[in-house]
Ligand binder design. Structure first.
Ligand SMILES: Cc1cc2nc3c(=O)[nH]c(=O)nc-3n(C[C@H](O)[C@H](O)[C@H](O)COP(=O)(O)O)c2cc1C
Length: 358
């Protein structure tokens, strides 16, 4: 490695977290099979699991599958739960009628969905014994953090603003993951009601967070080639977390229509929408997402009610490989994603970044 300060910083991060390459697979709920984490970890990066939708047994099984396939590191990740949603039967009725024009009829009880029990998920993460546990949408409760720290597990905290980054550092985060608004998937804003008003791009967010905290900062959002990795290291990051650029890899096992749409997307072909889950997230601007943003369309229900209401449509879309209705999360750099093995993506991004930083 050269003695460029950005590479020295990345090397220190790799040494601390036992990596060969400062590239993290983003934890992606619903799109992070063990096969993808194994491929990334075997190439020297960090595997990741977005455990939001997983029951405790599935979380432990994921970790043991990754251990069976790799000696490399991985992170387990959870959303911090929002306050219980305010229900509005009339508003939900309007959403159900709208969704009935896009997929199967939606039963009134569809909005009653509950995510798996958070405390039980936390227990399962501790039992799985990963080197790193990460959070998004808020901060872990102190009682859980104390047990994590006692076991030597490091806490990576996702932040979308400088204020969130400072709060996470103060609460004991070992690393801040600065998520720019380019990012695919849900925005990690601590307060859902502020997520769309505070849309900060990574070029502004990253150096400001680096200046505001003392702990290492990982950059995420729109990083999809070696130029992006080099740029975020130059802006002060210690590593890059990559999501969408792995979704065309065969190990990601993403439905073909979604993977193809990622490959075709220009930066302007994605949008932030609440229409899939009730929380704002960046997806391909599909026919459904665009229609749901029309002024006449009903306002989406809060998270996770909207997720329950859209379940039948999303399931049908996945089965039919129908991009118009698939929940096709994607970041603004989607078009740079290549359909190649995940290990090759890790190696290419890191080699190209190093060449630029020599
Ligand atoms: C399909 C998908 C699911 C995601 N799920 C999670 C999640 O469960 N937890 C989390 O912290 N971040 C999640 N994210 C956000 C990523 O951690 C990361 O911020 C994002 O992928 C970075 O932007 P990029 O996709 O442009 O690389 C998800 C992203 C995608 C694309």
């Amino acid at each position: 490695m050269s003695d460029h300060p950005a590479l020295v910083r990345a090397a220190a991060f790799c040494e601390t977290f036992n990596l060969r390459v400062p590239i993290l697979m983003a934890p992606m709920a619903g799109a992070c099979p063990a096969s993808l984490a194994i491929a990334v970890a075997n190439a020297g990066g960090l595997g990741g699991c977005g455990a939001l939708l997983m029951q405790p047994d599935a979380i432990k099984a994921w970790a043991s599958d990754v251990r069976a396939g790799s000696n490399g590191g991985f992170q387990l990740n959870l959303w911090i739960p929002d306050p219980p949603p305010r229900r509005d039967a009339a508003a939900e009725g309007a959403v159900r009628r709208f969704l009935g024009t896009w997929g199967p009829d939606v039963a009134p009880a569809a909005g009653d969905v509950r995510p798996p029990d958070f405390d039980a998920q936390c227990e399962a993460m501790l039992e799985a014994g990963p080197p790193i546990i990460s959070s998004i949408m808020g901060l872990f409760p102190d009682r859980f953090l104390a047990r994590m720290k006692a076991r030597g597990v490091k806490w990576f905290a996702n932040a979308t603003t400088v204020g969130e980054a400072k709060a996470a550092e103060q609460a004991g985060a070992d690393v801040i993951v600065a998520q720019g608004m380019e990012a695919g998937g849900h925005r990690g804003a601590f307060d859902a009601t502020k997520a769309e008003a505070r849309m900060v791009g990574l070029f502004s967010l990253l150096p400001a967070v680096v200046d505001a905290v003392k702990v290492p900062v990982v950059a995420t959002g729109g990083i999809a080639d070696g130029r992006g990795v080099a740029a975020c290291l130059l802006l002060g990051a210690s590593a890059a977390q990559v999501g969408t650029a792995f979704l065309r890899c065969p190990e990601a096992k993403v439905p073909g229509a979604w993977a193809d749409a990622i490959g075709r997307a220009l930066p302007e072909d994605t949008m932030v929408t609440r229409a899939f889950s009730g929380r704002p997230g960046r997806s391909i601007a599909t026919a459904y997402a665009r229609a749901a943003a029309e002024p006449a369309a009903p306002v989406p229900a809060p998270y996770p009610v909207q997720r329950g209401l859209t379940q039948a449509m999303r399931d049908a879309a996945m089965k039919e490989n129908d991009i118009d209705r698939i929940q096709a999360w994607a970041g603004q750099s989607a078009g740079m994603a290549r359909a190649e093995a995940a290990g090759d993506v890790v190696r290419r991004l890191w080699q190209d970044a190093q060449a630029l930083l020599r």
